[in-house]
Ligand binder design. Structure first.
Ligand SMILES: Cc1ncc(COP(=O)(O)O)c(C=O)c1O
Length: 390
């Protein structure tokens, strides 16, 4: 009775189904290996935790943070963008703290679109994009990410009659772990600018890159008509802190600040101080964190390929995206895999129609556990009934 149509339009989550399957596996006494959620199992850098600890003892941090109080974090974000990508953003007008990239996207859509506008979304893509679009009353058009194109969209194939108000991209990508180079962003920004489309680049995996690979910023192609969402959740293992920042087009950032002013305050000042410190840490700190995920990739991918699954070799992110031969119902498979083997993965279908046939592994366990998970999955039939009858 109290459900608005916009709330009703928010799609249900397959992850609730997986959570139930996980509980059943535990009830059966199975030792569960949960690789379903991309939440870093690493700790934030010690100095970051110390900054937060100290801030909790400072009474100045107890009050509501005003915009002027966010200056140190905005300045740290601008310095990070310059150091890391050579991007110059004005901390006054082109940077805004967020309570995470997910919050930022939902409010940005409310800030820059009107109900009925068209939003281009990657398929497969991070599931909350659809929920945020539903809340904003948007018509979504899926943008296929195909394996043969390296999971990059073919923007030229978008029909002329599709006039998107905004396009969401995300590289390094969740769930496919694909990466995009600077030339791709140059093309994508030109395509968007020619249509009056805002390019929203969701960039939470910016520092989770392996070997010599470094992910570019979409802002390297200029700030006009581009907003990039950064997060400390993965790069600094601060997912529970809920902090990130938006940077880019001054008009879109001003609109976002207006909407956020109506619905929330800025993050707790102690968290802002911790985040500002994290953004200023030497690059080696981020490299060390990324190396942990790289070692996991090195262990898991060969084990999955040993099962006869097709998995590309990720250069970044914290996922393995595996195409399973013969798989036609990834949700049923993932539930059965959890119930029979205790290995919990995300079904590809949860990320969109084009995710069918795939499963996603989050690299959130040590290498030997990932290999053990792959070995257990060898005993799970790709097709079959779900024993619980779910
Ligand atoms: C593509 C993508 N965007 C956003 C988020 C959420 O980021 P945050 O914790 O900053 O809200 C995630 C988390 O998994 C993600 O994969």
């Amino acid at each position: 009775m109290w459900m608005s149509s916009r709330a009703a339009d928010v799609p249900g989550s397959v992850f609730a189904l997986m959570d139930a399957a996980k509980s059943r596996a535990r009830a059966r006494g199975l030792d569960v290996i949960d690789l379903s959620i991309g939440s870093s199992d690493q700790s934030p850098p010690k100095a970051v935790l110390e900054a937060l600890r100290q801030a909790t003892r400072d009474p100045l941090t107890y009050r509501y943070p005003l915009f002027s109080d966010t200056a140190p974090l905005r300045e740290a974000a601008a310095a990070y963008l310059l150091r890391r990508f050579g991007v110059r953003a004005d901390p006054e007008t082109e940077v805004l703290p967020l309570i995470g990239a997910q919050e930022g996207l939902a409010h940005l859509l409310l800030a820059v679109t009107d109900p009925g506008d068209t939003l281009l979304l990657p398929d497969p893509g991070y599931p909350p994009y659809l929920g945020a679009a539903a809340v904003a009353g948007l018509r979504t058009v899926p943008l296929p990410l195909r394996p043969k194109c390296g999971f990059l969209p073919d923007l030229k194939a978008v029909p002329d009659e599709v006039q998107p108000r905004a396009l969401v991209l995300n590289y390094p990508n969740n769930p496919t772990s694909a990466v995009a180079d600077a030339a791709f962003f140059t093309e994508a920004t030109a395509w968007c600018r020619a249509r009056g489309t805002l390019l929203i680049h969701d960039h939470p995996y910016a520092e989770l890159t392996f070997g010599d690979y470094r992910a570019p910023s979409a802002l390297e192609a200029g700030q006009g008509g581009v907003v990039e969402l950064h997060s400390l959740s993965k790069t600094h293992h601060m997912g529970g802190f809920r902090v990130g920042f938006a940077a880019g087009d001054a008009g879109a950032i001003a609109a976002l600040a207006r909407v956020k002013g109506a619905v929330d305050f800025h993050p707790y000042l102690g968290i802002q101080r911790a985040a500002a410190l994290a953004l200023g840490l030497p690059d080696e700190v981020g490299r060390a964190g990324a190396a942990v995920f790289q070692a996991r990739r090195d262990a898991l991918i060969p084990a999955l390929r040993g099962l006869g699954w097709e998995v590309h070799w990720p250069q970044a992110s914290m996922y393995a995206w595996a195409q399973v031969p013969g798989l036609t119902d990834s949700v049923a498979y993932a539930v059965r895999a959890a119930e029979e083997s205790g290995v919990v993965v995300s079904p590809g279908r949860a990320f969109g129609a084009r995710g069918e046939g795939f499963v996603r592994f989050a690299l959130v366990q040590p290498p030997e556990v990932l290999v053990a998970a792959a070995q257990r999955l060898a005993g799970v039939a790709v097709r079959g009934k779900i024993s619980s009858g779910t």
